[in-house]
Design a protein around this ligand. Sequence first.
Ligand SMILES: [Zn+2]
Length: 157
Amino acid sequence: MPDDVGFLERWLAGRDEPCPVCGQNLRDLRGSVCPECGSEIALTVTSDRLRPGPWLLGFASFALGLGFDAVAAILLTIPLILFRNQGGGPPMQVFLVLFTLVTCAAASGGGMWAMLRKRSAWRRMPPRAQRTLAAVIFIGVGLAHAAAGALCVYWMT
Ligand SMILES: [Zn+2]
């Protein structure tokens, strides 16, 4: 919109602002295109609560947990299927470990689902609370997996 370009030019008149794409100083820019990188520039209303970092850290923590659990469960299930006809059957501990992995995977998947569902509630939290909750999730997922891993090692030995 021409009006928006006018606002942008008045905003940048005599003001040092870096291009959000390439960092070029846009002071006294005419028009709405960065002369350095050619990106379209626009004035926007935004909030520091929209920074994606903390949410991504929390989501990635759950995703890493789920990925680890899934891979470990598959690696454990393959020999169960391959050797199912051998006498005696696998020891009970193998099923305990598998159950633990599936439980952890379900909890991690549930965490990812909850974070997707509650994304707008997350955005309403102050940035500091977002960062704290992300750190709690990161450490919590890590500790839960470490504890589950220790339990599995205890069962298997
Ligand atoms: Zn640029």
